[in-house]
Design a protein. Structure first.
Length: 280
């Protein structure tokens, strides 16, 4: 994997990972709350022969810098510029942004600041539509990190136990031992102050997705206990040009539970978008 040095506007170093032929249709993968790019490995492995696949560790996560305080995680423009820095750092042309869960907030930040003119499309997987006090009860499930206080504690044993429980509840069926362990470890790289700051602002970004004009694809597990499937359906209805794909028997991580199907759906979306562009 190639990994150029990429920094956000405020100097935060962003860890990135890339595979696949340069010049091929590009996909930029953006993980969720307290996660890390390792979560995308099964899908990236399935797509790297045909696409330029890039993943980023969000600020405060994985191998990226983890500055103190709330400001680095509540400023919408910083999230937007992080995505721009990765796109420009890899020279991605019309990339499709693929966001999991909180990744939807990061993509919305990019859209609100930079618009969608430089994008080929947006894919949301278990994506959220609000944070903070803007969140409505119908949007969340019983396993939402917003209702599990021990996920934010400085008490390491309690935080580890809560994290292991949260990761377990992200899927409708248990992951294999290695994948489960990797995800728990990746989650633990995100410290408590970052976890708390990510949900500190109040923002309803439904209007951002309603204004989006590039193609959209919303994939959501019907059995998602973290972000309700109704949220995914609502997201697709907001978008001007979008398709909604519910995955039955699947929880909050459709790309881990059904990597073959997810990779095929993302590939089809990306290639269909490219064919539509050529036809215009």
């Amino acid at each position: 994997m190639s990994a150029p040095e990429i920094t956000g506007r405020d100097g935060v170093r962003l860890a990135t990972y890339a595979e696949g032929p340069e010049g091929a249709p590009a996909l930029l993968f953006i993980h969720g709350w307290a996660q890390q790019s390792v979560c995308w490995r099964p899908v990236m492995d399935r797509l790297k022969d045909r696409f330029r696949v890039v993943a980023m560790d969000l600020r405060g996560h994985g191998a990226s810098d983890k500055p103190e305080g709330e400001g680095p995680y509540t400023d919408t423009a910083l999230w937007a510029d992080d995505v721009t820095a990765v796109i420009e750092g890899y020279g991605l042309e019309k990339p499709v942004l693929v966001g999991w869960s909180y990744g939807s907030r990061v993509i919305a930040s990019y859209l609100s600041v930079h618009g969608d003119g430089a994008l080929g499309g947006v894919v949301l997987a278990g994506g959220i539509l609000t944070i903070g006090a803007a969140r409505e009860d119908w949007m969340v499930g019983p396993s939402s990190p917003g209702v599990q206080r021990d996920l934010y504690t400085g008490d390491l044993p309690r935080r580890l136990a809560a994290t292991a429980k949260f990761v377990r509840e992200c899927t409708a069926q248990p992951l294999d031992t290695q994948a489960y362990g990797e995800l728990v470890g990746a989650n633990m790289l995100c410290p408590p102050h970052v976890r708390r700051a990510l949900f500190a602002p109040t923002w309803d970004f439904r209007p951002v997705y309603a204004a989006m004009t590039c193609p959209g694809l919303v994939i959501h597990g019907v059995q998602d206990e973290v972000v309700s499937a109704a949220t995914g359906e609502a997201a697709a209805k907001l978008m001007q040009d979008a398709r909604y794909l519910p995955y039955d028997g699947t929880g909050h991580a459709p790309f881990l539970e059904n990597p073959d199907r997810f990779a095929a759906d993302v590939a089809d979306f990306t290639e269909t978008r490219a064919r539509r562009k050529e036809a215009v």
